[in-house]
Design a protein around this ligand. Structure first.
Ligand code: NAD
Length: 341
């Protein structure tokens, strides 16, 4: 089979990183004694189109996705499997994959703790006004009023979790000791648990001092945090998004931050990715953005490597995938997270 994989470029000496064209999560070694052909793309997405006509499997990570659009899937008659080296398979057109009987599988759970830790960090960063404090430290300033004027504690705040699945629940667990009130909205997971209370979406938006987004990008979450929803959030509240950039409207967010409606925004997800150098979130005031790496810690990368190899082994041996990993199979979207409304 022909396996085409897209990984970020690397520089010499960055020897720990597994998700790059050099290490390629060990796939060269893994496939070397097999009959399968492995193509590691060198020029990012540019070269992907050259291989559509005869590739059987495509592998890419959400941090640096191969966008498998409807058009690309239609041009790939042999394509049987799209493997997400991580969590979040929205870079594949799931309807088109279903229609053309392309399986979509990911390494569910591989980086959930990493992302949950990052989201907690982001909440602290925006509430404590870390961005301004750090900027002054680097730029040689000492203007205490300027940083103190918007520095707040996390304790006693109401934190809203949008999407209460694996990551959302880990965030609640980790936030609990900060002595906060935690509430969540999730169309499937509507139960209270020991850490968080279920509320309807409108209430979550209206009453949270900070919201952290942990739902997948689907037709019902795409562009959900638009001008209307952002305007209904508490004045001066905070938004953290480590789920997917497209869940938040790019320009509406810039406007809300500029007007002070949103006091701070942090996260690591953008659209498209890699984000262009002039993406307005890069230079928006009071942002604690990073490039997409919250789920790419070294520990997560190892789990991703093991998970991708497990998926390939199962596929080659005609064994069922682990249920948790399956997003599309037998011509339909089987993951409830992606069909929830
Ligand atoms: N930044 C990163 O590096 C990174 C890493 C991993 C995952 N993610 C993103 O985080 C998402 C969540 O990951 P997870 O492991 O917790 O997935 P999960 O499937 O365990 O949980 C997702 C939850 O979102 C809920 N949901 C679905 N539609 C919703 C809607 N319209 N409104 C509110 N909730 C909705 C689902 O019911 C589910 O409970 C992934 O889909 C991915 O996009 C990002």
């Amino acid at each position: 089979m022909k396996i085409v994989a897209l990984f970020p470029e690397t520089d010499e000496g960055l020897d720990n990183q597994l998700l790059n064209t050099d290490k390629a999560i060990g796939l060269r070694e893994f496939l070397k004694d097999s009959d399968h052909e492995l193509v590691i793309l060198k020029n990012g997405e540019e070269d992907l189109d050259k291989h559509l006509s005869d590739m059987d499997i495509v592998i890419s990570a959400p941090f640096y996705p191969a966008y498998m659009t409807k058009e690309r899937i239609e041009k790939a008659p042999n394509l049987k499997l799209a493997i997400t080296a991580g969590v979040g398979s929205d870079h594949v057109d799931l309807d088109a994959a279903s229609k053309h009987d392309v399986g979509v599988v990911e390494v569910t759970g591989s980086n959930t703790v990493s992302v949950a830790e990052h989201a907690v960090m982001d909440l602290l960063i925006v509430l404590r006004n870390f961005m301004e404090g750090h900027r002054q430290s680097v730029e040689g300033e000492w203007d205490l009023s300027k940083v103190g004027n918007q520095a707040r504690e996390l304790q006693n705040k109401t934190i809203g979790i949008f999407g209460f699945g694996r990551i959302g629940q880990l965030v609640a667990e980790r936030l609990k000791p900060f002595n906060v009130t935690i509430q969540h909205y999730d169309p499937i997971n509507q139960k209270d648990n020991e850490n968080s209370k279920f509320v309807e979406f409108e209430e979550l938006v209206k009453t949270s001092d900070a919201i952290t987004i942990h739902a997948p990008l689907t037709p019902s979450t795409d562009n959900l945090f638009d001008e209307d929803v952002l305007s209904k959030m508490k004045k001066g509240s905070y938004l953290v998004n480590t789920a997917r950039g497209k869940i938040v409207n790019t320009q509406a967010l810039v406007d809300a931050v500029n007007s002070g409606q949103i006091q701070g925004y942090a996260g690591d997800v953008w659209y498209p990715q890699p984000a262009p150098a002039d993406h307005p979130w890069r230079t928006m005031p009071r942002n604690g953005m990073t490039i997409h790496y919250s789920g790419m810690t070294l520990e997560s990368q190892k789990r991703i490597e093991d998970g991708v190899k497990d998926i390939l082994n199962r596929f080659f041996n005609n064994e069922a995938f682990q249920d948790k990993d399956v997003i599309v199979s037998s011509g339909k979207i089987s993951s409830s997270s992606y069909t929830a409304k």
